[in-house]
Write a protein that binds this ligand. Structure first.
Ligand code: GLN
Length: 204
């Protein structure tokens, strides 16, 4: 960590700049030296210490990841080097091993032992905010959901960190974090701080 952490945000579509700003704020708040890069080419994946897969449209994002070769490069770094990764909303969908809807053209990275359902909170509840309890967080967290997926079930090494009713909304599997909500759309930095802590643990 001589020059600080190098964190990449996949820059295909969706809430990209919001993640960049939130990571920068979290780095500053925790006095962590580091830089944030928007990634559109697979070569850059080799240089980062951690990766964020933002929300957006999972069909579009996955198609472009595949076409550009980013899909395979990301997968390689996650499976062979345990690259710390955080997927939010559409990014959460991409990390799942299984999906239970008709979006056959979503090409999953299949790195987490979980099954997801796209747009699982129904039409009336396309967007909403809700206080959730996240394991390890002292105070409730106000989570923003936008056409959010739910994590229907987990197995193997995947651990539940938060749920709403029966629906799981945040999980961790070793170095990978997945959330069905948007932590980059609030001023609360705790999720990104949690991710930074994960990254630092793997560097030590
Ligand atoms: N509904 C979107 C999808 O299925 C996810 C929405 C989001 O990322 N805000 O990809």
């Amino acid at each position: 960590m001589v020059n600080g952490l190098s964190i990449g945000v996949i820059g295909i579509q969706g809430a990209i700049s919001e993640h960049v700003t939130t990571i920068k704020n979290a780095l500053k708040k925790t006095n962590t030296p580091g830089n944030v890069f928007v990634i559109r080419h697979k070569e850059k994946i080799k240089e980062i210490d951690a990766l964020v897969l933002p929300g957006g449209e999972s069909t579009t994002i996955s198609r472009v990841l595949y076409k550009t070769g980013l899909h395979d490069t990301i997968l390689e770094r996650i499976t062979e080097e345990n690259l710390p990764t955080m997927g939010t909303c559409a990014g959460c969908i991409l990390l799942a091993k299984e999906i239970i809807d008709t979006a056959k053209d979503v090409k999953l990275l299949k790195t987490m032992d979980m099954q997801v359902e796209r747009n699982a909170f129904g039409r009336q509840k396309e967007s909403f905010e809700q206080n959730i309890q996240i394991k390890g967080f002292a105070m409730p967290y106000n989570a923003v959901f936008i056409r959010a997926p739910a994590i229907i079930k987990v197995w193997g090494k995947c651990r539940v960190l938060a749920e709403i009713d029966e629906k799981i909304v945040m999980v961790r599997q070793e170095n990978i974090l997945a959330l069905s909500f948007h932590p980059e759309l609030t001023d609360d930095l705790r999720v990104h701080e949690y991710f930074l802590k994960m990254i630092k643990e793997t560097k030590n």
